[in-house]
Design a protein around this ligand. Structure first.
Ligand code: HEM
Length: 307
């Protein structure tokens, strides 16, 4: 399904004759994938309206730093309620006629013999949508940007995807983490490396900084797809809240990079350096307009060993 979607998106760009790595690939792919997984019909207009108003404020940098929400909370709450109504309607539909999707499975699931409550189902869907969308957009967009500077790696992705793609994705996650920061609240007085942290303190944890710790990674600022310890990065978090969608995020990125390398010939960035989104937690370029020599057709074979 993901392969088909990527080919559809590249076909659209090829038909138009230009390619923006964010608008045409990185941005539409993850939301469509997570919608398909959840069972949302991506053609619904109503859906798109609520989605766009919601996703803009899904990760709140104010909350991470100051412990208070960013301005516009009322609007975000309203969008959240609209989204919840949408998922409630979807739950009703699937209750009547289950399909092979996540919503139907959540409705059928039991914990200790009891089904999930409607609130649990609705908030789980909202979490999956938010957590699975912007992060993966960032990974693909940051990744494309880095790969444009490394044509040798793009050629290796094209010619030997099985040997190259997993390591490239890990190194891109390490070097360019889409989610730069997470935060924690101390539930009790504690000490972290000799620093006293009183109960109730908000701690800001810089995943991006840890990924470039020279004590952990040699030449940490260099992109090196051959390093053997890149997967020790913290880009999916660590411990109890380790990213639930890590395998899906990795798969989408591997497929996107490999197919980009196979179908897009001679890509070059039009505006270098690109503008980044003004966001302190989510890091990624706003757009990546490219010039290309050609975008090959979808008949281009997926090489053996493609993810
Ligand atoms: C490449 C893309 C992704 C990155 C970089 C990423 C990153 C992260 C990070 C850093 C956390 C930990 C947050 C914390 O500790 O406070 C997390 C949690 C989570 N992620 Fe992802 N994520 C990605 C893709 C996805 C996808 C595709 C999904 C869903 C399909 C997803 C679902 C979740 C969920 C549900 C959690 C919360 C887990 C929990 O609290 O137990 N993520 N993610």
């Amino acid at each position: 399904m993901i392969r088909e979607l990527i080919d559809d998106l590249l076909d659209e760009a090829a038909a138009r004759g230009d390619l923006d790595g964010v608008a045409d690939l990185a941005s539409p792919l993850p939301v469509t994938v997570i919608c398909r997984v959840l069972g949302v019909d991506t053609g619904e207009r109503d859906w798109y309206r609520t989605r766009s108003s919601m996703l803009g404020g899904a990760v709140d940098p104010y909350l991470a730093f100051l412990g208070v929400p960013a301005p516009g909370l009322a609007e975000r709450r309203r969008a959240e309620r609209e989204l919840d109504d949408f998922f409630r309607r979807l739950a009703d539909e699937r209750r009547r006629a289950p399909r092979d999707d996540m919503m139907s499975r959540l409705l059928a699931a039991e914990i200790d013999g009891a089904p999930l409550t409607e609130e649990e189902i609705v908030t789980t869907c909202r979490l999956l949508l938010n957590a699975g969308h912007e992060t993966t957009v960032g990974l693909i967009a940051n990744g494309l940007l880095t790969l444009l500077d490394h044509p040798g790696t793009l050629a290796a992705l094209r010619d030997d995807p099985a040997a190259t793609a997993p390591a490239v994705v890990e190194e891109l996650l390490r070097l360019q983490p889409p989610l730069q920061i997470v935060h924690r609240h101390a539930r009790e007085d504690m000490e972290v490396r000799g620093i006293r942290v009183p109960r109730g303190t908000t701690m800001v944890l810089l995943l991006a900084g840890a990924n470039r710790d020279p004590g952990a990674f040699g030449c940490p600022h260099r992109f090196d797809a051959a390093r053997d310890d890149a997967s020790r990065h913290l880009s999916f978090g660590l411990g109890a809240h380790y990213c639930l969608g890590a395998p899906l995020g990795r798969l989408e990125a591997e497929l996107a990079f490999v197919r980009f390398a196979q179908r897009v010939v001679g890509p070059r960035l039009v505006d270098a350096p690109p503008r980044y989104r003004p966001h302190i937690v989510l890091r990624g370029p706003e757009s990546l307009p490219m010039r290309t020599e050609a975008i090959l057709g979808r008949a281009t074979p997926w090489r053996s060993g493609s993810p």
